[in-house]
Write a protein that binds this ligand. Structure first.
Ligand SMILES: NC(=O)c1ccc[n+]([C@@H]2O[C@H](COP(=O)([O-])OP(=O)(O)OC[C@H]3O[C@@H](n4cnc5c(N)ncnc54)[C@H](OP(=O)(O)O)[C@@H]3O)[C@@H](O)[C@H]2O)c1
Length: 288
């Protein structure tokens, strides 16, 4: 039995991943979401701790073969998480960081961890570049700018989103470099599923802010993109796609998966380690 724990498996590309995984009789898939059997609200550190406890109780001595950290949001309607942090940073980065820390001791030898990032982490590919710094305290404290109608402005919301995706990539790198990951020969992957219009991610985005190509694509095309991105995520989690030696960043663009270098900031080991340590403080976790 292959045991897989997943976030963001209820909607969008993650739903396609979950469907793929559930189709296999030898996979035990546990999904954490706001309306799942084991509830998980990533905007609450308490909820994450409770979810992790329930997962570990359910598994008993069974080890986790894959951890898929795929949930994400952009342009939050609630400015702050339950713990008072900027919501994009809290849900996309801090929540997943804490879940990773809590479940890591239960990962099997050779287990796989996939974090869904985005090529928007890289200023070369993002309509709005991420911040040029990665300071967890500042990002957690950030106030996103509101526009005329009270919603988060495109610039401010997108910058926070792109930065949170940079944090996912850096977290994957820091975890891959940890003694914990090395000792158990864990495989860590940061996955960019590429731009997929029509998922729930843009639900709070004003229609006029959608990039032109999104409007031109018909629903059959976007559904194919969603299914493909979901299936690639399932293949990564199952070890059917293996990273080339020394590569951790998998990027699906126009149907093709490559293993490019992340952005300059995404490659900085010191930044990854600092983010790891600061996130430990913000989530009340210890750090070696
Ligand atoms: N779509 C794209 O173009 C694109 C491009 C690059 C990267 N990505 C990344 O791909 C991942 C999936 O995106 P998507 O487009 O499939 O988005 P989506 O359709 O909006 O799905 C988001 C998923 O995240 C979960 N989620 C959101 N907020 C949560 C919270 N506070 N607590 C627990 N779960 C929460 C949702 O679960 P609920 O059922 O609880 O709402 C849902 O399952 C994200 O990490 C995103 O950043 C997407």
């Amino acid at each position: 039995m292959n045991t897989i724990i997943m976030t963001g498996g209820t909607f969008g590309l993650g739903e396609a991943t979950a469907k793929q995984l559930n189709a296999s009789p030898d996979i035990q898939l546990i999904i954490g979401g706001r309306e799942t059997r084991l509830p998980l609200e990533l905007a609450s550190l308490d909820s994450i701790r409770q979810f992790a406890r329930q997962v570990l109780d359910t598994l008993s001595t069974t080890k986790i073969n894959a951890l898929v950290l795929n949930a994400g949001l952009s342009f939050p309607t609630a400015a702050r998480s339950v713990d008072g942090y900027e919501t994009t940073f809290a849900v996309n980065h801090l929540g997943h960081y804490l879940l990773l820390r809590l479940l890591a001791p239960s990962l099997a030898r050779n287990a796989i961890v996939v974090m869904t990032t985005s090529n928007t982490h890289d200023p070369m590919f993002s309509p709005v570049a991420p911040y040029r710094f990665v300071d967890a305290y500042q990002l957690a404290d950030m106030d996103l700018e509101k526009g005329a109608f009270g919603s988060v402005t495109f610039e401010s919301g997108f910058r926070a989103y792109a930065t949170s995706k940079l944090c996912n990539l850096l977290t994957a790198r820091a975890f891959a470099a940890s003694s914990e990951a090395k000792a158990r020969r864990l495989r860590v992957i940061a996955y960019n599923p590429g731009y997929i219009p029509g998922t729930g991610l843009g639900r709070n985005l004003p229609a006029e802010a959608l990039p032109e190509p999104a409007l031109a694509l018909n629903s059959d095309v976007t559904e194919t993109m969603r299914m493909q991105a979901g299936e690639v995520l399932a293949d990564l989690a199952l070890g059917r796609i293996v990273p080339p030696t020394g590569h951790l960043y998998a990027s699906l663009v126009r149907g093709k998966l490559t293993w490019p270098e992340p952005s300059e900031l995404g490659l900085r080991e010191d930044v990854a380690q600092q983010l790891w340590r600061d996130s430990a403080v913000l989530t009340g976790m210890g750090c070696d």
